[in-house]
Design a protein around this ligand. Structure first.
Ligand code: ATP
Length: 368
């Protein structure tokens, strides 16, 4: 142990967990390295094993195999209170009969911290979370957002090595969630505490995480910065799970002679990178984000563009969503706010080569 850096680094090694009678593995060999001070988000659909992973980290579940190492110390089988972690749950989990002050100071009192220090720390956390005017109130007299702030304040006062959060915003209404998300981001970056945050909300994950680990069926399928996982999805699942609307996937046949290489969607074709020459004669999938596609202004055939038919036109305020068909396959396009097209209209679209991602239709894995 020794230096402070090692104190908050978290290493998960090949964690396996099956619940009694559960059959399938809830986590199926998860490894993850979270450096000191990082905000790591575990993202994935319901049932993919996020909470199980967090609970093994907290010591609330024991793995069947694998290791949890915090600050260089193997804590896999250590009881929760000896791990120096703080946890914020989805349900506010505040004590209804205790005043806000006592709720926030609870963990400190349990650790035998002197009354004067408790007061100072509670006042510091209340100030940070804008709870100072409510310190004497009971939780029943607070709004949902304020109650969740109390839960966060209680978690941060204890100076834990690692902060664990399980969907802390999910019980708040949409507007409150938005403002609290920004507050939480600011707070955690100021504190610099290593944080592991579970959510199934991709916007929350991208907005908060230094890195995002995308999970599926008990495994991490990709871990990277928000930009990496969004713009270079490792497989079709990640491309389809992130983004609203999600990434488009179009199946085509790679072809061409000699130097020329293209993908044919059934009458419409696009150039293909040389690196994919070995796929000539085989099917490939093109992945492209709706906002990466540009609508050509003219009605004639520009080079490197494809022609589509507009099926649905949806003005969304800040942008316009078009559902189009390219040789029978659906292609969603996010156009500018003022754009207009009628259903049935034909348009030319440019799919910039640097925005195109290529996937193997069988393995569904990225090819580049
Ligand atoms: P959610 O977002 O819905 O909470 P999650 O990604 O956090 O989902 P987990 O709660 O970790 O997923 O669940 C992973 C798998 O383990 C699921 O198939 C779930 O049904 C199962 N599971 C979770 N807890 C238990 C339990 N106590 N007993 C049996 N099976 C469980």
């Amino acid at each position: 142990m020794g230096d402070d850096t090692a104190m908050s680094e978290v290493v998960l090694h090949e964690l396996v967990k099956t619940y009694p009678g559960g059959g399938k593995r809830a986590t199926d060999g998860v490894s993850l390295h979270i450096p000191d001070g990082e905000f790591m988000v575990l993202l994935g659909p319901s049932g993919c094993g996020k909470t199980t992973l967090l609970r093994m980290l907290a010591g609330l579940e024991l793995p069947d195999a694998g290791q949890v190492v915090i600050g260089g110390r193997d804590v896999t089988y250590l009881e929760p209170r000896r791990r120096n972690l703080s946890m914020v749950f989805q349900s506010y989990a505040v004590f209804p009969h205790k005043r806000v002050f006592d709720n926030i100071g609870f963990g400190l009192r349990m650790r035998g911290v002197p009354v004067g220090v408790v007061r100072r720390k509670v006042e510091w956390a209340a100030e940070l979370l804008e709870l100072t005017p409510y310190l004497d109130r009971l939780p029943a007299k607070l709004s949902g957002g304020q109650r969740q702030r109390v839960a966060v304040a209680r978690a941060i006062v204890v100076d834990a090595d690692v902060l664990l959060m399980d969907e802390p915003l999910s019980n708040l209404d949409a507007l409150l969630r938005l403002s609290f998300r920004a507050e939480l981001k600011k707070l955690v970056s100021e504190l610099g505490t290593t944080t592991i945050y579970v959510t199934h909300d991709q916007v929350e994950a991208l907005s908060l995480g230094d890195r995002v680990a995308v999970m599926r069926e008990g495994r991490i399928v990709q871990c990277g910065t928000p930009v990496e996982v969004y713009s270079h999805p490792a497989d079709e699942f990640v491309g389809g799970f992130l983004g609203s609307p999600p990434m488009n996937f179009l199946t085509g046949l790679a072809g061409g002679e000699g130097e020329s290489l293209h993908i044919d969607f059934g009458g419409q074709s696009l150039p293909l990178p040389r690196a994919l020459a070995s796929y000539r004669g085989k099917e490939l999938k093109l992945g492209i984000r709706p906002e990466a596609i540009a609508v050509e202004p003219g009605r004639t055939s520009p080079d490197g563009a494809v022609e589509v038919a507009v099926e649905v036109f949806e003005p969304l305020g800040s942008s316009t969503l078009l559902t189009t068909k390219l040789c029978g396959q659906t292609l969603k396009v996010s156009a500018s706010a003022g754009f207009h097209a009628d259903p049935g209209e034909r348009l030319w679209l440019r799919l910039p080569p640097d925005q195109c991602r290529w996937y193997d239709p069988e393995t569904q894995l990225a090819l580049e």
